[in-house]
Design a protein around this ligand. Structure first.
Ligand code: ADP
Ligand code: 5GP
Length: 192
């Protein structure tokens, strides 16, 4: 099902994708400080909250049954299984924000980004890449939030995800976060 995005030139759907640990969350946080007019979608997940994560702010933490019910009722714009858990973008709020003329940002993994490409052909999809695989591993480990088996799953998935970067509208390399932020802004403004 394709979704119509209003024709307002400044209102758009922007997707930041890329492997876990590359710095999507860090980059999005900096971007939103500079662009508070952009609305960040809060995803639903079956993953357990990490220390400091707040329900409704970082994610909507739901049980698997609830997630499956939302899938059955077309409650998600996109969803995917990632490292043993489900993640999805709640449909209603994203549509409401776009209809009200606000730009919407999604921070999601690659499978979900591909689904958005199909349902929102005009969305801007940006792949955030690490400077090297070794640095990606250092970041995931350095974050200190995941168990060894989760780290292994994420790194194995990252190998596949990194192969897919050319599918997206732009690739931004997150070496120095400041430069990545500047490049992200260039990509977004040149797409408007
Ligand atoms: P993601 O949201 O893609 O999983 P995070 O934003 O959680 O990634 O970043 C993973 C780790 O890497 C965090 O500890 C973060 O502080 C660190 N990080 C993010 N960007 C950079 C960067 N440019 N250089 C070094 N470390 C970074
Ligand atoms: P984490 O468990 O590290 O918070 O997230 C794991 C991965 O799921 C990250 O790459 C993150 O961007 C992605 N993710 C978060 N929310 C969603 C979502 O709603 N849909 C999809 N497809 N991926 C998501």
């Amino acid at each position: 099902m394709q979704v119509m995005v209003p024709s307002s030139p400044s209102c758009r759907l922007i997707v930041i994708t890329g492997p876990s640990g590359v710095g999507k969350g860090s980059l999005v946080k900096q971007f939103l400080k500079l662009h508070p007019e952009t609305w960040l979608s809060v995803s639903a997940t079956t993953r357990a909250p990490r220390q400091g994560e707040v329900d409704g702010k970082h994610y909507f933490f739901v049980k698997q049954e609830k997630f499956e019910e939302l899938v059955r009722n077309s409650g998600f714009l996109e969803w995917a299984k990632f490292a043993g858990n489900y993640y999805g973008t709640p449909r209603k709020q994203v549509q409401q924000k776009l209809e009200s003329g606000r730009s919407v940002l999604l921070e999601i993994e690659v499978e979900g980004a591909r689904q958005i490409r199909k349902s929102f052909p005009k969305a801007l999809l940006i792949f955030l890449a690490p400077p090297s695989f070794e640095e990606l591993e250092r970041r995931i480990r350095g974050r200190g939030t995941d168990s060894e088996s989760e780290i292994k799953q994420r790194l194995s998935r990252a190998k596949e995800e990194l192969q897919s970067q050319q599918e997206f509208d732009a690739v931004v390399i997150n070496d120095d976060l400041k430069f990545a932020l500047a490049e992200l802004q260039v990509q977004i403004s040149s797409f408007n």
